[in-house]
Design a protein around this ligand. Sequence first.
Ligand SMILES: [Zn+2]
Length: 531
Amino acid sequence: MNKRYSVFCRMTSVAALLLALLSGLSSPLISDERAEAEKTLGVVYADGRQTEDIPLLGLEEDSEELFISGYNLARVFKASRHWNPGARKLILSISGHRFMFTLDTRVVIVDDQPVLMRVPVRYSEGLVMIPIEFISAILASSTIEEIDLDEETLILTIGSPEYNVTGITFTDDEVWSKAVLDLTEELLYHVDSETPGLLRVKIYGGRLNTLKFSVTAGKGLFNKTRAEQTEHDAYLFFDVKKTAARFRVEFFDDAEGGGSARKLVIFLEKTKLPEIPDPDFAGMKMTEILDAETIRGNRILKIAIDPGHGGVDKGKVSSSGIYEKDVNLDYSILLSERLVEEFGVEVVMTRTDDILVPLSRRAEIANSEDADLFISIHCNGWFHQDASGFETFFLAPARSEDDLRLAREENASIQFENPELKPEELDELDFILWDIVQNEFISESSELAELIQKEMSNRLSIRNRGVKQAGLLVLRGLKMPAVLVEIAFLSNPEEEILVQDPLFRARVIEGIVNAVRRFQEKYTETVSMTR
Ligand SMILES: [Zn+2]
């Protein structure tokens, strides 16, 4: 009886130990840990992983030393872990090196070599806690990856990110409050002022340190700023005072003194609060001050619709044998009918039948007809069935491998016109495209693309892949704002069925129609504001 009891007793202690171990080495205790945390370590990854805040603990009464849990340390550095409870040792393997920690000792064994830290490793509330000194003093010198720990700001940068948006400063005078962004190259941008009190600046292909750009106190009309980094683009969200009524964004390239200072400046114009109280004032969104040359002013009278592919060029083919060229034509015809119905505009189609129309001919048709907008309709495809969603492109050099892939595939249509042309030659074309006439319309094209994505995402439940830039041949030489919409993935079995669903089709088309309406409103509204 006694014996059984003791066995039971040992089992519970083993279970308790296991529990402590499990909680120490996995995430459940993170929230408790965070609640007690005095400080956090901001981690920035060069490989594009989401930045994060990791709780740090001060455990030594007579020292400022901060500790990170072994669990978080392993996760951040993608380490494999081994915990030996009997020996009270934690072993982490990071980029081919082995680090062995022993509880309550200052010695770390690095690949069989002992190294001494200022304070010992501790065990606290089920977690093995390692002094952050380990990161800067030991780990940084033994991994191939670049590691930078700023002990002042508590920001840890892993890898060496190639930032092209490098700094932010605020200035303030009688007329303007300015936020000045330093860039290392010219980047395209898009500004959204839909939400009162918030200005969202998207920088296409922008890469920035989100922690550095999240500023809690701006100047003048700028309250605070938040930054976000996505796979493709950088976003800055400026929280602004309600007296900011108008804004302007401008790119400067001052090549003075040999160096080149590229800046993107966000101007907020100061206005007096209305003398007679206006209950709607605070809820008013800011209007954009556009340059005279940006304002077309004309109403949209004619729209060119371009159903992608046709004839021998089938485009993407789904697993059940649906051709992209047919889906494109079907959507384009319905879109043109809706546009005529809605705005009374004239529509020019680059093809209305199943025929091959050369890419350059499509631009010629739209140009010779003096169209005010050009919308090309396509479907996407990929080797994997799970690729999904809708995206909208405007013409600019491709920013990522993925966008280059799409440009290559859509541009491959030219092989049906000119079988001699090799795919490699198409990539070269991609670079030439930058200087062409579409440049003039780049901000309007990106605006239209942003509106189409937004209106479509309001109506569709499939993935919003965002606005992309790519060197698309079909958009080359167009003398009007132009976009290319990829409705969905024909290679995805669910989306293949969706694109044939009349309800889905109606939603896509309503999305585009609404985007055209808002595009028109923006430009005519601006004209009446500034004249
Ligand atoms: Zn296509």
